[in-house]
Design a protein. Sequence first.
Length: 416
Amino acid sequence: MQLTFVTDLGQSFVIEIDADMELENVMALLEAESGIPVGEQSISYNGRDLSAPQSTLRALGVTENNAMLLLRRKVANVAGRPVEQDAEMMRLQILGDPQLMQQLRETQPELAAAAQSNPARFAELLRQTRERHMETELARQREIENLNADPFDVEAQRRIEEAIRQQAVMENMEHALEYAPESFGRVTMLYVNVEVNGKPVKAFVDSGAQQTIMSPECAESCNIMRLLDTRFSGIARGVGTAKILGRVHSAQFKLADLHLPCSITIMEGRDVDLLLGLDMLKAHQACIDLEKGVLRVRGREVKFLSEHELPEKAKELFMPPEEGAGAGAGAGPSTASVPNRAPSAPASFPGGGNTLGSAPRPAARPAAPPARPPAASSHPEASIRLLMDLGATREVAISSLDAAGGNVDVAASLLF
């Protein structure tokens, strides 16, 4: 007959044996399959511990084919206190990995404190996590059984379709995590150090913007607002709108040891001080070399700034779009401008630096909407609250549970 042994961690081992085989021989087979030594194995069936190694499975009441048994490690004594050996092994691994310990302090400080000073408490917290995992898995299995009970229920079929879709999403994400983990990292935008009229400025390199643009505040600090030609004022319409104050036709622009002539459009906005657009890049035949991480102009190579060197305004652009992230500028002031017309609402500075293909921003942003009510979810409130305690917002907790199919532990791992 065929038996399935399931561990607390959700691992399963299927073994084909005879009902008249002694339990000790079964445990020896389990040692080869699971890696758990015979002396540390604890097997239970229908809530009853099987503690007679010399007895056969038939004598112990295990006669049903495809029966499921629970396989656990026996507890061990650490500093005079009983602790599950797999929990103790995990605790020692955490203590031996400073980076993992630091992550645990940030996400689960209670568990990190228990790992350092209280092995029994650590094992208890780990057991609670496993129980939640098993309860969630049982609830999912019951839900699947209920959905399959009536094949003509339209709502049930819709939920089955959504479950299949979520499973496909998870498989796609696991594939990306395994073969392209770099896609989950944060991309540092391209900034270089330049000088405008002798004033050091961190300039954002954006080949998606047609013109070189500067904010009025930066123009004032560089002392070039006195050269502003207001005849070129108007409204820039591209991804959103912004007010053009005018143009400085020629400014002293220094890159590395090169002094380059540059025409700068002064546009309202506070996201970027100076944006090097396509006009500047093409005029001087600049090359963005991402392999070397440099901007190459006339044989000179200027390294892009690392993340810690970025200006504070640039770091704000990494926020989610709904919190005010800038959109990539696909149109400069020359593409469509309406002279002497004030914008209907202040807009963010174009060329904020999102990756190409990001969702476009609305043309004009109205007044701040009222606070949104808490997002509704079909997941248990306790699961959502657990993820929120780890530092996630309610929306992120719900989306993580959706991606994990309701599995709290998988959702928590996605947050980590």
